[in-house]
Design a protein around this ligand. Structure first.
Ligand SMILES: [Zn+2]
Length: 353
């Protein structure tokens, strides 16, 4: 039997060694992560005697809001709809340091939010499948991911900070996605293999968006996206849609689910263009057919850009989703119990404090 103090020493040593290991592998970028390391976060959680989480001290609130960040092009120079590679890196660093962890959009739709206790999930999304989001370049006769494109930056950041997570959703326009036409198949395969998600941004991004089209034309745009996707990824299920120009009709039923020429689609999560954090998926206020996004920009955002919202969360921690670390429970301050999504108790263990 170990005495308590030597037990603590042992734990400290393990933590220290673990930290050293992370910083060592982090420096060897060229080697990349060892196989299977994408699933590491679980390995770091020792399963046995889990420390009880102090909800009060961490301010756990799984009814707090979540940011779905909306990016467009990654490139030079910075503009309203362009984020430079360095600014994108800066955003990831700022999020990481402020306790945000990247989660996949579909996991949020499923209410399966698996981030450490005390941290806040964030969803990273990209619209328009522009070249700077995913570019292959040739290096010594080999095809590699451009380290300055969004995919390259996300992967490198994840190598340096494995506990940030590696997750993003690409809302693709079917017409010539990511610019390099000859690599469409390779890029889609690559994204899926790495666990990134593919969402619909309609077949052709028609102006002025789905709100301005006849129901028939809108159904065609949505179904043709799926038809295009099926050529490359027949087994992949597209579950989300970002509305081009953010416009939508009054009747959302045929945007959510429908069919055209025998091709069906089901958009479980539908995303707007602006301008606020979204309610928690456990909240009665969460509307999957109209999920707002935060513009990941510092230009013309009128106080609603990424840093404005982070600042707001910093000043009002209660507004922000803070996890208890267990995806199977929903932990909230007692006074918020009335805001829970009706019926949630059938899916989750609810804990109030
Ligand atoms: Zn768009």
């Amino acid at each position: 039997m170990l005495k308590k103090s030597s037990f603590l020493m042992a734990i400290l040593t393990v933590m220290l060694l673990g930290g050293l290991l992370v910083s060592c592998t982090g420096d060897q970028e060229a080697l990349g992560p060892p196989a299977g390391s994408d699933d590491d976060p679980q390995d770091e959680d020792p399963q046995e005697p889990a420390e009880p989480v102090d909800y009060e001290a961490l301010g756990v609130n799984e009814l707090g809001q979540i940011m779905f960040l909306m990016y467009h092009e990654i490139g030079e120079p910075e503009a309203e709809w362009v984020r430079t590679p360095d600014n994108f890196r800066k955003d990831l660093q700022a999020l990481y340091e402020a306790g945000y962890r990247a989660v996949s959009l579909n996991d949020v739709l499923d209410g399966n939010i698996d981030v450490p206790a005390g941290t806040t999930p964030v969803v990273i999304t990209f619209d328009d499948s522009t070249p700077g989001q995913f570019r292959f370049i040739e290096e010594n006769g080999r095809l590699v991911v451009d380290p300055d494109c969004a995919v390259g930056i996300l992967e490198e950041f994840h190598r340096q900070h494995p506990d940030f997570g590696l997750a993003a959703t690409f809302f693709i326009i079917a017409v010539a996605p990511f610019g390099q036409e000859k690599y469409v198949q390779q890029k889609l395969d690559y994204l899926v293999e790495k666990g990134f998600e593919i969402g619909s941004h309609t077949y052709s991004h028609p102006y002025p968006g789905l709100g301005g089209l006849s129901p028939e034309k809108a159904r065609q745009e949505l179904a043709y996206f799926i038809k295009w996707k099926d050529q490359y990824l027949p087994d992949y299920r597209v579950r989300s849609l970002a509305l081009p120009y953010g416009t939508y009709p009054k009747d959302m039923s045929y945007i959510i689910r429908g069919e055209y020429e025998g091709i069906g689609y089901h958009n479980e999560g539908i995303f707007l263009v602006g301008a606020n954090p979204a309610p928690s998926p456990f909240s009665g206020a969460f509307r999957p057919e109209a999920i707002p996004r935060v513009r990941a920009s510092e230009m013309n955002t009128e106080g609603t850009g990424i840093y404005d919202q982070m600042q707001r969360f910093q000043e009002n921690l209660q507004a922000r989703y803070i996890s208890d670390g267990d995806p199977n429970t929903v932990v909230i301050p007692e006074k918020l119990a009335g805001e829970l999504k009706p019926g949630l108790e059938k899916e989750k263990t609810i804990i109030t404090y």
